[in-house]
Design a protein around this ligand. Structure first.
Ligand code: HEC
Length: 258
């Protein structure tokens, strides 16, 4: 057999010939005089100075505008309605719509965000046209504008529909007040189950606000004790006498008053 006869060895084209290899030397920037600088210390020093300016800037901002704090988190307070930061409000709002909540929470929490962010992730593979101008890429531009509009709309909706007064009340930092549990007012509150909702030190809980420092007058409190409030506090809680109601209302009105 004459297998291989007449064959010529041509070499492996994948390995460049030694003289074709680019030397692993740093580039020569000598043709850019005055436009280069040493990384250490010149360049790093400049970077650090810029960093320091931002750092001091943020420091001033945090001192001038301290973070709005709420009271210490209470894991037993199931009535507390948490709110995400503003940049997640649109996702939060999405979960309020009936097609994306309750039995369909998976749609609001996984499917819709998953499709959107998945699409964004796959965009470079799906849209491979060479065109760069937004006008010439109607699909990509359209989806982007749609997403932006949706985010703006949902954020706005969430801000507009949130009960900010209730949010402020539930997070209010309450000054520690000594509660005299032997006082007549406290005993009436106990007998009329006020403390089962408002807490045994009137600190609030289970969806009921604190009764310390409400700023309400005794008359207003007496009215709430009998008629309830906003459908969230049931009416007819108070079952005592008028004299007891007066003592109770004055007692609660005085809580936390300076
Ligand atoms: C079943 C639970 C429950 C009981 C019992 C209850 N409350 Fe309330 N109370 C609430 C809730 C919930 C609210 C908040 C209503 C709202 O958000 O408008 C509230 C609100 C109030 C407020 C208004 C506080 C504010 O800062 O605006 C007062 C005052 C008050 N309750 C007094 C009483 C008194 C006095 C008693 C006892 C006679 C009592 N509550 C018993 C649930 C309760």
């Amino acid at each position: 057999m004459h297998r291989g006869k007449g064959m010529k060895f041509v070499g492996d084209s994948r390995v460049p010939a030694p003289e074709m290899r680019t030397p692993k030397l740093p580039k020569d920037y000598s043709e850019y005089p005055g436009k280069t600088e040493a990384f250490w210390p010149n360049f790093l020093l400049k970077e650090w100075m810029v960093g320091a300016v931002f750092l001091v800037g943020y420091l001033c901002l945090t001192v001038a505008h301290p973070a709005p704090l709420e009271r210490i988190a209470d894991p037993t307070d199931t009535g507390y309605i948490p709110l995400p930061d503003w940049y997640f409000l649109f996702l939060y709002q999405l979960l309020k719509y009936s097609f994306a909540s309750g039995p369909y929470t998976v749609i609001g929490a996984m499917v819709i965000p998953g499709l959107t962010f998945g699409g964004l992730l796959l965009a470079p593979f799906l849209d491979r046209g060479p065109e760069r101008r937004p006008r010439k890429r109607p699909l990509a531009t359209g989806f982007m504008l749609l997403a932006l509009a949706a985010i703006v709309f949902l954020t706005w909706q969430s801000v507009a529909t949130h009960d900010w007064a209730a949010a402020e009340r539930q997070g209010k930092i309450v000054a520690k007040v000594e509660i005299d549990k032997t006082s007549a007012g406290y005993k009436i509150a106990q007998a009329n189950t006020c403390i089962t909702c408002h807490g045994d030190s009137f600190q609030g809980g289970a969806g009921a606000p604190t009764l310390i420092g409400t700023g309400l007058s005794p008359d207003q409190i007496a009215k709430i004790a009998k008629q309830g409030k906003d459908g969230k506090m049931p009416p007819g809680v108070f079952k005592g006498t008028d004299a007891e109601l007066k003592t109770l209302s004055e007692y609660i009105s005085g809580l936390g008053k300076k």
